[in-house]
Write a protein that binds this ligand. Structure first.
Ligand code: PRX
Length: 652
């Protein structure tokens, strides 16, 4: 098992418990209460989830059955009807929250906007009307390709309001990647902006959308927010400015009720094979998972000001910027730009300026802050912070300790949360009021989550042994299928263990220690985690072989101090191509164009040939070893031609 994803030079054996002051005010204060609720959630899930669903969600029509489970397909809260946007907005109107800030936005240039729940409702209603007038109906797909601005949240909620299924595409993806996603789900409408600010430069979003739509005839309308004022081409009859759409629409909108299992969104994510997978989440179960976990994991209080640095293009942005937080009536801080613009203390400055109380970010960001130096932190008070969170990759003990001391001033609990695009909400996590934390461990399962570390047959392995990380019971916010490809859904998640067809395989390796704490080791499939972003090796390889110079390609991950993993590609060239530094650069740029700059290889290595098994499969394991250690010591018995490795070791 690969334990090298955790780039750690030190071992931290101490455990850290919340202060008495934190514990006293926490939403859940004792281990015994957690244990009682947890056992109930696992042993009598119907009872537990019925109670939670009735307490947490606003229903238009009550559900008649909690769970219908025909592995691997689940239906939650069968027969119930609700509207997700109503749960996030209307529910707070007429209460003390009506004039509370729902969003506090800071743009990269420094512009600030505060939007109350009442105002957010007003914006969403107008957009919902406009979308309906465009002919968008329940079930239609809408692509959102936007910077981190309030309109992105409004667009998502307007989709939810009219029952349209949104697919948010991260602003760092290229036109090609947008086109593939739009075509895969047949989006009719794309919502975008002229541009977004990133390190003082404009990312030209509308121009990328135009290129994408040239190959996506399913799109008939494009809505464009004016954000940066950069010139854009507006296509008559297809493109409309957001402001114009907004001005013409009425303020009130009666939200229709949708079935519990009505699709809410599709989010594309990388898998170990082929094109990105369209993970489908539905309405009630997803919302309940996001809402309940936000309440407990972030210990939300009425006057919190919560900052999650994830982009809404990722699942973290969906669940823990938008749905989980707004359904709880919290104040969410949104930041548009880069963490080091204009200086590497931008986050700390914003935390002081807005009195932010909770910060949820990724280890890769924490490591970058560490590298930029303590002085950038020490200029700021950070005394409003009371809770810190980590997500996206294993956090190494050094980064954990730095986060704890420098940012949390030793008084803020850290919640290291393990989950995935597919799980919809946090699955393994400390609960900050009582869980003693061990740096590097996501600790214990959340309510309703039954994880297990198993061997290749699906049998639980002894404590402290590494194994495959599985979830053995369904949970409300689980993915329902992959858009348009249910066979792939079954194969990717529910086919790993023939004798346990109801075990969900996460793709991760893990171990469980003697206290029952889970330690996630990282991906054990062909998926890399570069700076907390999931990248499929196969996607990168397909991008490379689409370049005219490339014959074959293999992509592997190498441990990286800053990014967790960095991306190394081995490439064999066609006989007509000549190896050169320029070609390496051209190949990096080509991957950037095909997928997006987040997938650009850190290193391109030319090779005369790639190591293969006798049946012709590329042995990535050996390439990974070579990229990491500069040599291969592992088992080469299945290798077809040993000399390939010797040659590769001398090539660079
Ligand atoms: O390998 C695990 C890692 O990120 C993967 C999921 O990636 P994605 O679907 O993009 O979602 C990221 C945000 C939820 C997992 O399979 N991962 C996520 N959180 C952690 C983690 N690895 C270790 N510790 C975590 N806290």
């Amino acid at each position: 098992m690969d334990s090298q994803n955790i780039t750690s030079v030190s071992q931290e054996k101490r455990t850290f418990s919340p202060s008495a002051a934190f514990k006293r005010q926490a939403n859940l204060q004792t281990l015994s209460k957690y244990q009682r609720l947890y056992s109930e959630s696992i042993n009598t899930p119907d009872k537990f989830w019925a109670k939670q669903a009735n307490e947490q969600l606003v229903w238009r029509k009550p559900f008649r059955q909690v769970l219908q489970w025909k592995p691997p397909h689940a239906k939650w809260f069968v027969g119930g009807k609700l509207n997700v946007s109503e749960n996030c907005l209307d529910h707070h109107l007429g209460t003390a929250r009506e004039n509370k800030a729902a969003l506090i936005f800071e743009g990269e240039p420094g512009d600030v906007r505060t939007i109350t729940y009442r105002q957010l409702h007003f914006h969403v209603c107008r957009m919902a009307h406009f979308m309906e007038n465009l002919g968008i109906k329940a079930g239609d797909r809408v692509a959102i390709y936007m910077p981190m601005i309030p309109e992105a949240v409004i667009a998502m909620l307007a989709c939810a309001r009219v029952g349209a299924v949104h697919t948010v595409i991260f602003g760092g993806f290229s036109a090609e990647a947008i086109k593939d996603r739009i075509n895969d789900c047949h989006a009719k409408l794309v919502i975008t902006a002229d541009g977004g600010w990133r390190r003082g430069k404009i990312i030209e979003l509308k121009a990328n959308v135009d290129k994408a739509i040239a190959g996506a005839p399913c799109v008939h309308s494009v809505m464009v927010v004016k954000r940066c004022g950069n010139p854009v081409t507006m296509v008559e009859g297809r493109d409309v400015w957001w402001k114009e759409a907004w001005e013409g629409a009425p303020n009130c909108h009666d939200a229709k009720a949708f079935d519990s299992e009505h699709p809410l969104f599709i989010l594309y994510t990388s898998g170990s094979t082929g094109k990105p997978k369209g993970v489908l989440h539905t309405s009630a179960g997803y919302l309940l998972g996001a809402k309940l976990s936000s309440h407990y994991v972030f210990d939300l209080k009425e006057n919190d000001r919560y900052f999650c640095s994830a982009d809404i293009g990722w699942i973290t942005g969906h669940s823990y910027v938008v749905y989980g937080l707004l359904s709880n009536g919290s104040t969410v801080f949104l930041y548009e730009g880069a963490p080091n613009h204009p200086e590497p203390d931008r986050f700390w400055q914003m935390i002081d300026r807005h009195g932010l109380t909770i910060l949820y970010t990724a280890p890769t960001a924490i490591r970058a802050f560490m590298r930029w130096g303590d002085n950038y932190v020490l200029r700021h008070r950070l005394d409003s912070l009371r809770l810190l969170g980590s997500v996206g990759e294993p956090i190494n003990p050094e980064a954990w300790m730095w986060y704890h001391k420098m940012i949390g001033k030793k008084k803020c609990p850290i919640v290291d949360t393990w989950w995935q695009t597919e799980t919809g909400s946090i699955m393994v996590t400390p609960l900050p009021g009582f869980t003693p934390t061990k740096p590097g461990s996501a600790t214990l399962p959340f309510f309703g989550v039954k994880p297990m570390v198993v061997d290749s047959d699906g049998n639980e392995v002894p404590r402290n042994s590494g194994g495959k990380f599985v979830i053995t019971q369904p949970w409300p916010s689980m993915l329902r299928t992959l858009w348009g490809d249910d066979e792939r859904y079954k194969k990717a998640y529910y086919s790993e263990f023939a004798r346990h067809p109801h075990y969900y395989f996460t793709g991760d390796g893990a171990r469980q220690d003697k206290d029952g704490y889970f330690w996630i080791i990282g991906r054990i499939d062909d998926v890399l985690n570069v700076s907390g972003h999931r990248i499929g090796t196969v996607e990168v390889e397909s991008a490379l072989v689409s370049h005219p110079a490339v014959a074959e390609a293999a992509a592997v991950g190498r441990p990286d101090e800053l990014k967790g993993q960095s991306l190394v590609v081995f490439v064999t060239l066609k006989s007509t191509a000549v190896a050169s530094e320029e070609l390496k650069e051209a190949l990096r740029a080509h991957v950037g164009k095909e997928i997006g700059s987040l997938a650009k290889p850190d290193q391109v290595r030319f090779a005369a040939s790639l190591p293969k098994t006798r049946s012709g499969k590329i042995m990535r394991r050996l390439l990974k070893e070579l990229a990491t250690n500069g040599e291969v010591k592992g088992d080469t018995t299945t290798l077809d031609d040993l000399s390939v490795i010797a040659t590769l070791q001398t090539e660079e």
